[in-house]
Design a protein around this ligand. Structure first.
Ligand code: NAP
Length: 280
């Protein structure tokens, strides 16, 4: 049995959909009403990282698990891994971040991901670390202003990021969960090219068949927008991360996806085409 956490989230949902098509999978969810994954082999385990008993129930009979945690500075990984060890899980595939492997990255989110990686490496379980660059799906946050006023607003809009399609991250996760030889491996994952917000705006305009403009946010404006969703310490980490992007530190493309899957990663243009309806 494979357990998928984060199954209502961006990457976990894709992992769950793929596994549900091919066999049995168990999904750890806080609120089953939010699930969009179904199938004859799908089991739902209601629970949360804060609830050790729920984790033990969810992990019973599980051989491999996909781990997504989202609380920078929090204890979710340690809690999940304690339960996984107690339940005799063999292998955990963890969603981390590209920056965790970059020496010059030292923001709160990156330090937390490094610590979580270390917790997994020292757990005694087999492990695989997925280190994606920014998700292409982050640009869904532009959907409202594109629909309403044909405008994208971004911090440092000319700076480039070798962003990755979450479906590609999920494909590597499923490969690592279902085939041998991925234990003890670290997989940096990027798209096929680095793109800026300005270039992404042009791709979206072409896909939508309408003109769009990209306007620059000041760091203060960007921070104020992030502050609507995140606590100040996370906002500060996001500002530091954007500054690294401005310095050109996020443009490297990585061959790992093609090596693991045998085909090239999806481009931003492909992602935009496939998600056209979200912006239309
Ligand atoms: N976005 C990026 O560009 C990017 C880039 C690199 C790495 N990452 C990393 O990717 C991860 C986020 O992945 P994602 O975007 O797929 O996540 P997401 O869409 O934010 O979804 C988070 C998932 O975790 C579940 N969850 C939250 N708190 C939980 C709890 N206490 N117990 C059990 N489940 C809980 C959520 O369930 P509910 O539906 O109940 O809320 C949801 O299914 C983070 O570790 C982030 O650092 C992100």
């Amino acid at each position: 049995m494979i357990l998928v956490t984060g199954a209502t989230g961006v990457v976990g949902r894709q992992v769950a959909h793929t596994l549900a098509r091919s066999g049995r999978v168990r999904l750890l969810v806080r609120d089953p009403a939010r699930l969009t994954v179904e199938g004859p082999g799908v089991e739902v385990a209601t629970g949360a990282y804060e609830d050790h008993a729920s984790l033990l129930r969810a992990l019973k009979g599980v051989e491999a698990a996909f781990l997504v945690t989202v609380d920078p500075g929090g204890q979710e990984d340690g809690r999940f891994l304690r339960a996984a060890v107690a339940a005799d899980v063999r292998h955990v595939v963890k969603l981390s971040s590209y920056a965790a492997g970059e020496d010059d990255a030292d923001d709160l989110i990156t330090r937390w991901q490094r610590k979580c990686e270390e917790t997994l490496r020292s757990s005694g379980l087999d492990w695989t670390l997925l280190r994606p660059r920014a998700f292409m799906s982050n640009t869904l946050s532009w959907a409202d202003s594109i629909r309403r006023e044909g405008t994208v607003r971004a911090l440092y809009p000319g700076s480039e990021n070798a962003c990755v399609d979450p479906r590609d991250i999920a494909e590597v996760a499923v490969t690592a969960l279902t085939s041998p030889g991925h234990e003890g491996r670290v997989y940096p994952l990027t798209g096929p090219e680095a793109v800026s917000a300005e270039q992404q705006t042009r791709h979206l305009a072409a896909v939508l068949g309408r003109p769009l403009v990209c306007r620059e946010l000041t760091p203060q404006q960007a921070a104020a927008r992030w502050a609507r969703r995140y606590p100040p310490k996370v906002v500060h980490a996001l500002v530091l991360s954007a500054q690294r992007q401005l310095l050109g530190r996020k443009t490297t493309t990585d061959p790992t996806f093609a090596r693991v899957t045998g085909h090239p990663p999806r481009s931003y243009r492909q992602w935009a085409t496939d998600h056209r309806n979200a912006f239309a």
